[in-house]
Design a binder for this molecule. Structure first.
Ligand code: NAP
Length: 260
């Protein structure tokens, strides 16, 4: 349900320690990517914790330079090598960009499922039409679409498409990269629950049926985010967050499909 993000957790020792700390605390979902340069550290953290590999859901993502079929295979083998794992639980197409071709890329991803290198296929940063196309072209189900979602970018249209297509929405940057602390609506709802704005944002996501993967480095943030599982917002509070009338997208590269 609640995972640990690792983008920019780039010091190998610190990253391994974050992962091990989270697993010891109860987290069971770790999110990394080829582009984060930390798959080896994530693998070291999993190895360091006392939690069995089989009890951990590990997701990584194939970068946009590696989405031609041969590169999907060789780069995923390299990811598994760095992670020290036989297979991942979820392998995402990181962005529908550069070398992405629906038939060729998803065909190669399906081959990896057949060969046991990943247990499931996901996509990331897909708009509704791209998601529908991916679902149609892939023989294996598309398990998840990982997109930016937080109270300042609620992504109703993509969430609706996910629901219609049977794809799980996974929320990246669920804390708006730290900016949720500046949202007065979250602060005032937090005051009523003796909770932080981060915990309110994570509770809103959970109660909206969305898996969040907040990135946190040290034990204090990792623990605070985990404790959001005990925060339960009222219907009225959820509605207030759903009604915030400002938007703020945090991850916006030129190759994002919404910029095409
Ligand atoms: P985020 O999780 O919204 O925010 C992370 C920031 O919030 C970090 O600076 C972190 O600081 C801080 N933080 C975490 N918990 C906190 C707490 N309880 N109190 C105060 N500050 C707190 O942003 P994100 O890293 O962009 O997104 C999360 C994950 O989603 C990434 O790490 C990555 O795994 C994934 N992601 C995927 C994509 C994609 O294209 N698929 C794009 C972006 C992100 P510390 O590190 O110091 O704890």
């Amino acid at each position: 349900m609640l995972g640990l993000g690792t983008w920019k957790n780039s010091d190998p020792e610190e990253c391994a320690e974050s992962v091990a700390t989270a697993l010891e605390m109860g987290y069971r979902h770790i999110d990394t990517a080829q582009a984060y340069g930390n798959e080896a550290a994530v693998g070291a953290g999993i190895e360091r914790s006392a939690v069995d590999r089989e009890d951990v859901f590990v997701a990584t993502k194939v970068w946009i330079d590696n989405l031609a079929p041969d590169d999907v295979l060789s780069s995923t083998e390299a990811s598994l090598d760095r992670l020290g794992l036989e297979c991942v639980d979820l392998l995402y197409v990181h962005w529908p960009a550069r070398t992405y071709d629906p038939d060729a890329t998803l065909g190669a991803f399906n081959g990896l499922v057949d060969d046991g290198l990943t247990r499931a296929i996901g996509v990331s940063n897909f708009e509704p039409d791209q998601l529908a196309e991916a679902v149609e072209r892939s023989a294996a189900p598309i398990l998840a679409n990982q997109i930016e979602i937080h109270p300042l970018l609620r992504q109703e249209a993509i969430r609706e498409a996910c629901a219609e297509l049977g794809v799980e929405p996974v929320a990246y940057s669920p804390l708006a990269r730290g900016d949720v602390f500046d949202v007065p609506e979250l602060q005032s709802i937090g005051d009523a629950h003796d909770a932080s704005a981060a915990q309110v944002a994570l509770a809103w996501l959970r109660q909206s049926g969305i898996t969040a993967i907040p990135k946190a480095t040290g034990e204090t943030h990792i623990r605070e985010n985990w404790a959001s599982l005990a925060v339960s917002l009222t219907a009225d509070e959820l509605e207030r967050i759903d009604g915030i009338d400002r938007t703020d997208r945090k991850v916006d590269p030129g190759f994002g499909p919404w910029n095409a």
